[in-house]
Ligand binder design. Structure first.
Ligand SMILES: Cc1cc2nc3c(=O)[nH]c(=O)nc-3n(C[C@H](O)[C@H](O)[C@H](O)COP(=O)(O)OP(=O)(O)OC[C@H]3O[C@@H](n4cnc5c(N)ncnc54)[C@H](O)[C@@H]3O)c2cc1C
Length: 587
């Protein structure tokens, strides 16, 4: 698909190193483009048809994902340190005030980007960066919450157009001798494939892939290389658990096949060590599983008719029941999401395996359907609530495939797009939920979190690989993921014209909102957070994101990228002084 903003107006004679830029343009077959901010047409002429198109798609995730200069959290298009930007008002993109308030500036966008189509494009970019010291940035969908896919003045590598996808019923990693690895069904995807595309492809081939909760997150880029969790991860593993092979261009310009048999150190590092760090991945091959049918609970208790205190009580009660049940739910195979007013849980396991709990709920068919399951008390409570309030929704349903569930889920739960957003994250180990008083403390900390940020945005993600042990330590994700039953996030947003101090305040509130939870789940020394969804200013980030794996990851980084051609914020080997981080605020 062509990007919405696509202006090959490169005037190279005005650019430092212009001969090298010119040479680069020739090396990449002319696919070197100047970055033009997404909303530039609106700053040129607000009523132009081009601007109407931008306004219309400003909050649309697929449009942003497919546009090389638009990012899902729009602050990563801006220079937060200097306040230069080219934003519209996300609360009303038809408001022309931003275009009168300031000039359109390219903020933290790369100066130029390559529309990557071959390994030679990437090799040329590494050579160019080595000679000119122009930093590189790698961008796939632009979903990153921490700004790791843009950098001011950089040469951007836009991976979107690597769109190949293929299914191999019996895939053997290259270079493995016969008998070393058992061949398995697998899907090979180019770096630009999104999760909605991957799941649609899988469905056609009657197989299941494990992806996240969002349709336009990339399947191969930051999601996969940072760990990658989803509603099936409890029993089927994280994305990183399921990779069989990467094809990657390392900073020395070599195309390497990394799997269990070749470049095993690089393979391990790419399975959780983070995107944008060890090389530019062109393709990944991931395990394909047989089709799944999903037992599903969709329970929404928030009510427009209920008093605000009543809704708060319901949130507390639902979360308390969820906390009581979560370890048992994880053991039964459930995964999913809970917010202040909804719980969605899915289970790919046969429901007959649930019938091992103590509870023997009596009564209606809905409760009896999963009789004995740890989920029964939650359903029983939901049912009693519904008899009092017809606004309560309680659906128990079997989806015949992952795609049928995913399509419903992503149509109902659409993430924030086009906003300035700060996030924070905590992993919640099972031990933190092991006694009633610990659970009470955790629920209190979650309720507190929703009072600190300006709108209650806590999400409890039951997407950890609790029932998927990795005894051989084949991935580099923080081991704490496997001991945890929840990953919790919270968000804070700010307006297009917020001052630098207001922006700092938003980052601080996102952090502080999960502070109590952090204290109850290991603190700075022993706690964990998800590298892809963490506080931008996470303290002790090396340990929080990778635990004991950080030292080994740093060795791999030094081996494959000794000249530090790649770097990103709080990535393995991160160096704050680098000019590419000049747009981050000190908070
Ligand atoms: C709405 C939304 C929903 C989300 N849902 C989930 C979820 O359910 N589960 C989950 O685990 N995470 C989720 N995330 C977080 C997601 O994992 C991260 O945002 C991730 O960084 C996205 O990767 P990307 O490649 O799509 O994005 P990008 O922003 O393009 O890239 C992210 C990082 O990966 C690097 N990178 C990208 N492509 C390559 C490549 N080919 N080679 C090397 N490095 C590369 C970039 O340089 C950058 O550092 C969600 C995020 C959003 C905004």
């Amino acid at each position: 698909m062509e990007p919405l903003v696509f202006t090959p107006s490169l005037n190279l004679s005005l650019v430092p190193h212009w001969q090298l830029w010119s040479q680069l343009r020739d090396q990449v077959g002319g696919r070197l483009y100047e970055s033009v901010p997404f909303a530039q047409p609106c700053y040129d002429e607000f009523n132009s048809s081009a601007c109407v198109g931008v306004r219309h798609s400003y909050l649309d995730e697929v449009s942003r994902t497919n546009t090389p200069t638009a990012f899902v959290q729009s602050q990563w298009e801006t220079c937060q340190a200097t306040q230069e930007h080219c934003l519209l008002d996300w609360s009303n993109p038809d408001n022309d005030a931003p275009t009168h308030a300031a000039e359109c500036k390219s903020g933290s966008l790369p100066s130029y980007y390559i529309n990557v189509q071959t390994a030679d494009d990437v090799k040329a970019a590494f050579d160019f960066s080595r000679k000119t010291k122009v930093p590189l940035s790698i961008r796939n969908t632009g979903h990153d919450y921490k700004g790791r896919s843009s950098a001011p003045g950089s040469l951007g590598l836009w991976m979107h157009n690597l769109q190949e996808i293929s299914y191999t019923p019996s895939f053997a990693p290259r270079g493995c001798s016969a008998g070393r690895v058992t061949p398995s069904p697998a899907v090979t995807m180019g770096a630009g494939v999104r999760w909605d595309e991957a799941h649609t492809f899988a469905d056609k081939h009657n197989i299941t892939l494990v992806g996240g909760s969002d349709k336009s997150v990339g399947a191969v880029g930051g999601w996969l290389q940072g760990g990658g969790h989803g509603a099936l991860s409890n029993t089927m593993g994280m994305g990183a658990d399921r990779v069989l092979e990467f094809e990657v261009v390392t900073p020395d310009g070599e195309v390497r096949v990394a799997n269990e048999c070749q470049h095993a150190d690089l393979f391990w590092a790419l399975r959780g060590g983070g995107g944008g760090t060890f090389g530019v991945v062109l393709y990944a091959t991931v395990l394909a599983s047989p089709p799944v049918t999903l037992q599903t609970l969709i329970f929404s208790w928030g009510s427009a008719h209920a008093h605000v205190d009543e809704n708060l009580n319901r949130t507390r009660e639902a979360w308390a029941l969820f906390a009581d049940a979560s370890v048992a739910l994880a053991e039964e195979g459930w995964g999913g999401y809970a917010t202040k007013d909804v719980i969605v849980l899915v289970n790919p396991e046969d429901p007959s395996t649930f019938e091992k709990g103590d509870s023997e709920p009596e009564g209606d068919e809905e409760v009896m359907m999963w009789k004995g399951s740890a989920i029964a008390p939650l359903i029983k409570w939901g049912h009693s609530l519904r008899t009092k309030d017809r606004g309560v929704v309680l659906i128990q349903k079997v989806f015949p495939t992952w795609l049928s569930f995913f399509n419903v889920f992503t149509s109902k739960f659409v993430a924030s797009v086009g906003k300035n957003l700060a996030l924070s994250s905590r992993l919640v180990p099972a031990t933190s939920l092991s006694t009633p008083s610990l659970r009470e403390g955790i629920v209190g900390a979650l309720m507190h979190a929703n009072t600190v940020t300006t709108s209650p945005g806590v999400i409890i993600l039951m997407t950890t690989p609790y029932s998927f042990p990795d005894e051989e330590k084949r991935t580099s994700v923080n081991r704490m993921w496997r001991e945890s039953v929840w990953h919790v996030t919270n968000v804070e947003a700010w307006a297009w014209n917020a001052t630098a101090e207001e922006v700092r305040g938003s980052y601080r509130r996102a952090k502080e909102s999960l502070g109590k939870l952090k204290d109850l789940t290991g603190g700075t020394d022993g706690g964990g957070a998800y590298v892809n969804e963490a506080d931008v200013y996470e303290e002790g980030w090396e340990r929080a994101f990778w635990g004991d794996n950080y030292g080994r990851l740093l060795e791999v980084k030094r081996k494959y990228d000794p000249d530090h051609l790649l770097d990103c914020w709080h990535c393995v080997g991160f160096e704050r002084e680098d000019e590419r981080f000049g747009c981050y605020l000190d908070v």
